[in-house]
Design a protein around this ligand. Structure first.
Ligand code: TYD
Ligand code: MG
Length: 461
């Protein structure tokens, strides 16, 4: 039966669908994001997510739904399983997004290898690379079990036929932007193709109870169908981040219907694939300069884990009228605010200085708990006086220069003690959590009420 061609408009940001064009997306309120796409009416009827789920849509009694212990598949790569909430849930659709070349294919091939070694039926579908290229990558990663199946295909109909036939427990589709469905108008990677392909995969995952990982490249401009508009269709969204030129990679959960979203997995890219980094603090603090000014350690909490990191600042007189402020890894507005607080409350003439702040190791932090360490690093560089190698600072700074309490201070302090630090500067209001004792596991606790108190410590050193 010949199908009619319909025109629909999709928002490239959130995936909102509308029959009419509008300048502003009614859903996410972004401007100029509604793009026209032609879809055959058959595809419109069959491709909908609602339709995909319709087969399972009979009401059930909540208390009668069985839940087994064996519900999650653990790959054995602890950093990966933790981000997923303890393992992969069968029948879930997981989007793995990230910049091109960051290591998504490598990560998923390694995950597939671990699954297949455990006797789980795995299918790796690649629309990007030839079997030879994948084999070459696999050679670098080490021994592969004989049961891992590979399919190099971009036609989604063929892919879904193979999946129905093979019935794998885990399937990887690398990448969604290369998948093509000839029922739908548009080139591979266009909004309608990506959306409808995802809907087909969603149906497959739910009907066959197969966990499907979809790889999606994030496009800088966000104009081409990026994985962002797929976020609401899938069960779990993971982002693989890191500096392409550094070896440090972070797998971050952004959405998870089956677990917490604030967990991270830390990896290092080596010549033979990705290696887990079970102790990120040690890795991040490696090669710290000794007895240098402008460097202070702090502790941030990522998910459930405390991670120590080094904050570096370089403050020098500006050669131009307007001072330069630059930051890598921390929020620039926050740094400007902290410098204004230091200028006003301590009377330091930072207004005449350029300032560069860097979080060593390529981490990104948004937590205000590192405020005190940033401020101390700035002052230490300004005064050219080291703050001390065995010192760690934790605390949020308020506009009046007061040092405010931070969450989970005990966890942060004990991580610092484990890593061999000797002095820990903490907000005075947090002392009650340590029963006002002056030390904790051999770590000397120094309570401070304001930035002024903290800066005295630098001068004394
Ligand atoms: P890849 O997984 O192809 O990235 P993506 O799928 O996200 O586009 O990873 C590509 C980069 O990783 C490439 O620059 C080479 C590097 N790499 C290593 O450093 N070591 C390795 O063992 C492998 C397989 C890749
Ligand atoms: Mg790839």
């Amino acid at each position: 039966m010949a199908s009619k061609i319909k025109t629909v408009f999709f928002c490239t940001e959130c995936g909102y669908e509308s029959a009419k064009w509008s300048g502003q997306c009614p859903s996410c309120r972004e401007w100029n994001t509604m793009k026209e796409h032609s879809v055959s009416d058959r595809a419109v009827k069959t491709g909908r997510i609602q339709k995909a789920l319709a087969e399972a849509s009979k009401p059930l009694l909540l208390k009668e739904i069985p839940l087994g212990d064996e519900d999650r598949l653990a790959s054995g790569i602890a950093e990966f399983d933790r981000v997923l909430g303890g393992g992969t849930v069968p029948g879930s659709l997981i989007l793995v997004g990230g910049d091109p070349g960051i290591g998504k294919s490598t990560l998923l091939l390694q995950v597939c290898r671990m699954f297949s070694e455990k006797g789980i039926n795995v299918l790796y579908v690649s629309g990007e690379e030839s079997p030879k290229q994948i084999k070459m990558r696999a050679e670098r990663l080490g021994e592969f079990s004989s049961s891992l199946k590979l399919l190099c295909e971009t036609d989604l109909q063929s892919v879904s036929e193979v999946v129905k036939e093979e019935k794998p427990a885990v399937c990887v589709v690398d990448s969604i932007q290369t998948m093509f469905n000839d029922e739908i108008q548009g080139t591979p990677g266009s909004v309608s193709q990506v959306r409808e392909s995802t809907a087909v995969l969603l149906k497959l995952a739910k009907t066959l109870n197969c966990a499907i990982f979809i790889v999606g490249h994030v496009t800088k401009e966000g104009t081409v169908a990026g994985p962002r508009m797929l976020e609401h269709m899938v069960d779990t969204v993971l982002y693989f981040e890191g500096d392409r030129h550094a070896s440090y990679r972070v797998l971050r959960g952004v959405k998870n219907r089956f677990g917490s979203t604030n967990e991270i997995g830390v990896f290092e890219m080596e010549g033979s694939g990705l290696k887990e980094v079970p102790n990120p603090s040690e890795y991040l603090l490696e090669g710290r300069p000794q007895n240098a000014s402008g460097t202070v350690t702090s502790c941030t909490i990522e998910g459930t884990r405390p991670i120590l990191l080094e904050i570096q600042a370089l403050v020098c007189r500006t050669a131009f009228g307007i001072p330069r402020r630059q930051s890598s890894g921390a929020d620039l507005n926050r740094i400007n605010l902290l410098m204004a607080v230091l200028e006003k409350r301590l009377g330091l003439h930072l207004g005449e200085c350029d300032a560069y702040v860097n979080i060593a190791g390529g981490m990104r932090i948004v937590e205000p708990a590192v405020d005190l360490a940033i401020a101390m690093a700035v002052v230490s560089s300004f005064l050219n006086a080291p703050a001390g190698d065995k010192l760690i600072a934790i605390g949020e700074i308020g506009l009046s220069g007061e040092v405010r309490s931070v969450s989970r201070i005990e966890q942060r302090v004990s991580e610092a003690a484990n890593m061999g630090y000797e002095i820990c500067v903490i907000p005075a209001v947090c002392m009650s959590r340590f029963k006002n004792k002056k030390s904790f596991n051999g770590l000397k606790l120094v309570p401070v009420e304001s930035v002024k108190d903290a800066m005295e410590l630098i001068k004394r050193n």
